[in-house]
Design a protein around this ligand. Structure first.
Ligand code: NIG
Ligand code: FE
Length: 389
């Protein structure tokens, strides 16, 4: 859509830039959008004329949510596994193989439809950027097609061939690592921006993770890592050492992990995924310990059919506030600007001149309502690249 658009009569504008407090709040504000970009932010009374106008009616406007961790390319569901967990079964990650079987058996169109369904669901809940991982194919052909399909929907695509060792390689994991680093990476890399490994007992150990991530870096992929989800381990420190954009989960952290993440030269973000703790009935990560140490924290959904089948960033914000003692401002920042940092992007997660015009008009006077009114559909309008959805 061409032409300019002014969003005015904004009661509370979260910019994550200049303004009041850590969220850079402006009251009675307006935003001018041209060619998909924010070109002006200021008082509503001084809003420039534009080709079109969107009256926010005094409501709050925020940057669109940046969901930096999601697994959308899969088939089937694992509702029975969820029910068993709620009856006391532990989560081990073993169910990943169930989804691998269903995903391999699905057609391209079935996988594509699933990605679009979940992406649409997230968009209606205010998510304007969504990272998408492979990781339920685990053959050369199935990982390549997973990423091809993911790339139709997002530029933030991640090769997760090292999600688990598939059953056919169960007794020869070194051979599987060789496959991931060789032909699978070669087939995946043209469709991927990032490489990820599930570094955990029962998945990939630190030596395998290091080898796989190094191969990905060698072909130009950025590093991210699933680490320290189910227990303590070396994943977080490996991620920091490799300059990962993000280490994700961070549920079990030692003092040394915190020190590494808080290091003066560290650019690695700690991405917390409270939907996973909710859906596996596990203790939440200690967000306060990270924030109080000065670590950059992001929030994401981890949308996947096993450990966290939610596409809702507002739900994750509410969990972070209620269960992880993040302030509402910390949680919103982590779900917007924090997610952008985790993807090494400076054009999203903020509403300042030059940024992409990805924004959300709430059905509420303040961002505080995201946690204050949990479970309520508060997203009135979403602009994606300046285009009303
Ligand atoms: O991030 N931890 C590894 N991967 C996913 C779970 C995937 C699954 O259970 O299917 C996660 O929680
Ligand atoms: Fe995940």
């Amino acid at each position: 859509m061409s032409g300019s658009l002014v969003v005015d009569n904004i009661g509370e504008l979260v910019t994550n830039g200049a303004g009041e407090g850590p969220l850079g709040i402006r009251r009675d504000a307006a935003v001018l959008v041209e060619e998909g970009r924010v070109v002006w932010v200021g008082p509503s009374a001084y809003a420039p004329a534009a080709d079109r106008r969107l009256d926010a009616g005094g409501a709050a406007v925020l940057p669109g949510f940046v969901d930096s961790h999601a697994h959308l390319v899969f088939a089937g569901d694992r509702a029975a596994e969820f029910a068993a967990r709620m009856a006391g079964e532990p989560y081990t990650g073993g169910g990943i193989r169930t989804t691998v079987g269903a995903t391999r058996a699905a057609s391209d169109d079935e996988l594509r439809a699933n990605v679009r369904r979940l992406r649409g669901e997230a968009l209606r809940q205010g998510t304007t950027t969504m990272e998408i991982k492979s990781g339920y194919g685990l053959t050369v052909a199935d990982e390549a097609r997973s990423l091809r399909i993911a790339a139709e929907t997002s530029t933030e695509t991640t090769f997760l061939g090292a999600h688990v060792v598939p059953a056919e390689y169960a007794d020869r994991p070194d051979d599987y690592v060789g496959l991931v680093c060789g032909p699978m990476l070669a087939a995946a890399a043209p469709h991927a921006k990032w490489i990820d490994v599930f570094c955990e007992r029962g998945a990939f150990d630190v030596d395998h993770a290091r080898a796989i991530l190094a191969c990905g870096q060698a072909v130009g992929l950025g590093v991210r890592l699933h680490a320290n989800q189910l227990g303590p381990g070396p994943g977080v420190q490996l991620g920091v050492e490799l300059g990962a954009a993000s280490v994700d989960h961070c549920t079990h952290l030692s003092d040394a992990d915190i020190d590494a993440l808080a290091g003066a030269h560290t650019t690695t973000v700690a991405t917390l995924l409270p939907g996973a703790e909710f859906s596996t009935r596990s203790p939440y990560p200690d967000a306060r310990r990270l924030l109080d140490a000065g670590v950059t924290v992001a929030l994401a959904t981890d949308c996947n059919p096993g450990s966290s089948y939610t596409s809702s960033m507002p739900f994750c914000v509410a969990l972070a506030v209620r269960e992880m003692r993040m302030t509402p401002a910390e949680a919103l920042w982590a779900a917007t600007a924090g997610g952008a940092r985790a993807l090494r992007r400076d054009d999203i997660g903020v509403l300042t001149p030059g940024a992409r015009a990805d924004l959300v008009v709430l059905d509420a006077p303040s961002y505080l309502h995201l946690a204050y009114r949990p479970g309520v559909p508060l997203i009135r309008k979403v602009l994606l690249n300046g285009v009303p959805q």
